[in-house]
Design a protein. Sequence first.
Length: 437
Amino acid sequence: MKHSFYLAATVFGALFSQFCGNTGTATNIVTLNQKSDTSIQSIAAIAYIRNASEIRLIDPNGENDHRIWTHPDAKGLLGLYDLAWRPDGKELAFSSAHEALYSLYDADIYAIRPDGSGFRKITNAPDHKDLARYKKGSVTVTVRNNQYSFQPAHSSAGIFFINIVGADAPQQVTLPPGSSKTLVFKSVADFGKHAQPLVAIYGNYRWFMPGTDVEEGRNVKAPDLIISGDGIEYFGAFRPVWKQDGSQISYRDGVCLVQTITANPLEGDLSYHPMFGGKNPMGTCVWDWGPTSALANQVIYSENSADEGSGIFLMKEFGTHDPSTRLTLFSEVQYQLLYDLQWLPDGSGLVYSTVDLFRESSNIFWFDMKSKQTKQITQLKGEFARKFCISPDGSWIVYERAKTADEDENVDLWLVRTNGNEQRLLVKNGLCPTWSK
């Protein structure tokens, strides 16, 4: 399944911070001025992905199904991953890998308005088509494949795309283990006085380094780019989640390390802030920011390495994982993953979806904060309720209903009341639903 990322060692988090410019403090995050988009009208619609290649909107009654965004390069493994409406319904954030060869990330976070206009890149901005606006310099870099020839790894493939952030195009090289090659990037946008990273790409795997400061009108020699080992798989930005006031967006990478970024970053600024202080907990592949002003700085998240099983926890944003803040244990099995997790709109509880013990089906559950009781909403057998979204009034849920646990074929979107009644098909062939106000 393209949308599933299995856990790997969280040692990559240290590398991520080293190469991408951790801001270090939440106070550096800029607040979005939503008064600047008063002319944009929010609409009560469900957005979803079809065929990894297009974003569509549909009314909750199943009418007015139409496409609002696509891109010629958005398809297959280089297609769309996740969607999330801004809390005021005036913008839609999404994860897409259509610029994978031009970006530091395998997939980046972008945003559009409800009518499909206002396209902008959020992580690793600017968009490739906007590089022409910048002054240019050139960069020389020597790429070395330090992998041992007798020790197979992804770097043993020997064929890579090499890029520096801001270059007009990547370069493809054949570089067997033990060899090196010097490349010149003749047209690289100058993003100011900071290093622009270098990256080597082989399929879904990446090797990267801080790079060099590009200087207008000059050629700069970058430190050598070293390739060895397996690289990092799905090093990118997936599953965007907005803060309640629309000022920030959080996302995860391929090993479920959660980061946050201002919703309106400066172009060329690669900084971010980790959601968790200290070590990122194991299995935080799903999380959600508080839905109300009173809960805006509260985060619920999954964690699955505890001795007694896998649970859902509550934390203040940018805090540290505390086992005593567990809200509920959703499985007595360690390393059990949730498909999705969301607050109820009024903050009175949370909803999650997960597989049964033998992975023969998955269903959606409702946990009530006050009573500490859990209620099963869907009653699927031999089918899988996966990603979902709750209606703004909390009375309905739209969810992926799939024949298999991990594949994206034969997946439809269904509606069900939060009390488990009145299930009905919304649309066939849909993924990643998100419900606007």
